[in-house]
Design a protein around this ligand. Structure first.
Ligand code: NAP
Length: 540
């Protein structure tokens, strides 16, 4: 009998989940609380309860080739980085292309998911939903949770003495939409995540003055890297990842710091991260340094206290005419439909999931979590790979290891996380994109073998090792193999660069390589390729 899978949410995770269920002969039923697909990526002027809310200006901080699903490249005409409306367009194209919409029940909230009476033998779940005031209870064989984790604001008001006296306005960044309300105002943005960076630069053109208060500081990256290429396409490569990881920790930190400071010296802009030798998600913002340079945004240290009209910082400085505060202090993960006995979340977002997907202690592995992580890279391919893995666990084609092995793995990862990442709550779910993707790909049997490709398809091997680790790499072999994957990899730069080549310019003869130079370059690159690969294999 076909197994029935309940999918919670029709955002980027839920849509991928429907497709993966269909590919694995499972019967998907997707419940979406709102009246449309897109989750976080569907902008609305009003904030909706239980759904992530974005501001109007959000642009992706991962380029389109790095964030697409593994078998569905973004249209060539889409720009390299996408405004949120374009991301939604892409999700609509995906849903249409794979005919996913007919599996989505809109305006249907999942109220409760509990173990069915015979869960220990069947692994089934009771799912209670609410649609238009009508409650319904159904039994499902498995659950895929894709409700997102940016809908519950984390606003630790206890950390801000005197906030109760403040007579101006304050909001959490979840409620920020547009800069219109901030004309001529003095605004303080608290925090230095991507929300704080975006919001402070967004309102800086309207506001009288914007201040950003940060305890830790942050590296800031531009989307535009060397020679104008998208930064993630230059640095999210297997070659770079292997070299940087082969370095001793202290040297690695210095190399990264040097790269981060090559755009501007973070010390001079008050942004230098406190624990700079530890990993921390950098923020991606093309305007922040320039706004600081022009004085529109001023960086301040931690907050000591608020008064009725002002804020006093730890260094004793004060802003006396403060109108607005925007707390861009992040989010807490929540699964309101699941009982604490199944998964209990603490305020620090610590979650003990096997490879960020499975709860090891469950008697039957019929519950999988999607996207409960923050990769240094695109989320769509990550959640899709998680879905491909989970659906194969549900239908028994792949097995999970023993409880003990899963617990050991979680502990190892936790220890590594503590050693590698800064100790702040928004870093508990950070991970390296390539490392994580490869780890899950091994579980499914879809990790490309560069050694093998070196002999059978050298050109492709070259692109996989030196080129950006685009999601199509995980469709070259194994279950779900896609015949278009090779071509998608070889044409990824065309799709990246063509949208900005909107004015044709004749090629400068002087910049053309002659044949001899090309040949020498090719031989040199081949030597480096083989050398780096051998070194990295021995360092494994
Ligand atoms: P976040 O990354 O969790 O950052 C929250 C910030 O709040 C921290 O950097 C921290 O800065 C500050 N903070 C936390 N607790 C605090 C406390 N008790 N007192 C003072 N400050 C505190 O949250 P976010 O910026 O909202 O981002 C959430 C996720 O969405 C991230 O993964 C981000 O990359 C993503 N995002 C993406 C985009 C985009 O694609 N364009 C835009 C926005 C967000 P300090 O410790 O330095 O004070």
């Amino acid at each position: 009998m076909t197994k029935r899978v309940a999918i919670i949410g029709a955002g980027c995770s839920g849509l991928a989940a429907i497709k993966c269920c269909l590919e694995e002969d499972l019967e998907p039923t997707c419940f979406e609380k709102s009246d449309d697909i897109g989750g976080l990526w569907r902008y609305t002027d009003a904030v909706e309860e239980g759904r992530a809310s974005i501001y109007h200006s959000v642009v992706t901080n991962t380029s389109k080739e790095m964030m697409s699903y593994t078998d569905f490249p973004m249209p060539a005409e889409f720009p390299a980085y996408l405004h949120n409306s374009k991301v939604l367009d892409y999700l609509r194209l995906y849903a249409e292309h794979f005919r996913l919409l007919k599996y989505v029940y809109f305006k249907t909230e999942v109220c409760r998911v509990t173990k069915h009476a015979n869960f220990n033998t069947t692994g089934q779940w009771d799912v209670i939903t609410m649609n238009n005031g009508t409650q319904k209870k159904e039994i499902f064989d498995a659950i895929l949770v894709g409700n997102g984790h940016f809908f519950k604001p984390y606003l630790p008001l206890d950390s801000f003495p005197g906030i109760e006296k403040f007579k101006g306005h304050y909001i959490h960044s979840r409620f920020y939409k547009k800069s219109d309300d901030y004309h001529g105002k003095t605004v303080l943005v608290v925090g230095i995540g991507n929300s704080a960076g975006d919001i402070s630069t967004d309102i800086s053109s309207a506001a009288k003055q914007v201040y950003v208060s940060t305890r830790q500081g942050s590296w800031v990256l531009s989307r535009v890297s060397n020679h104008g290429f998208p930064i993630d396409m230059l640095y999210s490569t297997r070659c770079y990842f292997r070299i940087i990881n082969a370095l001793p920790r202290s040297l690695r930190a210095k190399v990264i710091a040097k790269q981060m400071n090559s755009w501007f010296d973070h010390q001079n802009y008050g942004l230098h991260p406190k624990d700079w030798s530890m990993m921390k998600e950098p923020i991606v913002n093309d305007y922040l340094p320039s706004n600081i340079l022009c004085g529109a945004v001023r960086v301040k240290p931690s907050i000591k206290k608020f008064t009725e009209t002002s804020v006093i910082f730890e260094d004793g400085t004060e802003i006396s005419d403060l109108d607005f505060i925007i707390f861009a202090t992040g989010y807490s993960i929540a699964f309101p439909f699941l009982d604490d006995s199944v998964i209990k979340m603490d305020d620090e977002n610590n979650v003990r999931l096997y490879k960020y997907v499975f709860l090891p202690h469950l008697e039957k592995q019929t519950l999988a979590f999607l996207g409960v992580l923050q990769p240094f890279g695109g989320v769509f391919p990550v959640v899709e790979l998680q879905c491909r893995w989970a659906t194969r666990i549900f239908n028994g084609k792949t097995q999970l290891p023993s409880l003990r092995k899963m617990e050991d793995c979680i502990q190892r990862k936790h220890d590594k996380q503590i050693k590698s990442f800064t100790k702040c709550r928004n870093q508990t779910l950070q991970m390296h994109f390539i490392e994580y993707m490869d780890e899950v790909a091994v579980e499914i049997g879809v990790l490309p073998s560069i050694a093998q490709l070196l002999f059978t398809d050298t050109r492709l091997a070259y692109h996989i090792f030196f080129g950006p680790c685009t999601p199509y790499q995980y469709r070259l072999k194994g279950p779900g193999k896609w015949t278009g994957a090779r071509k998608a990899i070889l044409t990824q730069w065309d799709r990246t660069l063509s949208p900005s080549r909107t004015r044709l310019i004749p090629k400068d003869q002087g910049s053309k390589f002659n044949f001899k130079r090309k040949l020498c370059m090719l031989v040199l690159v081949m030597f480096i390729f083989i050398g780096v690969y051998c070194i990295s294999m021995t360092s494994d």
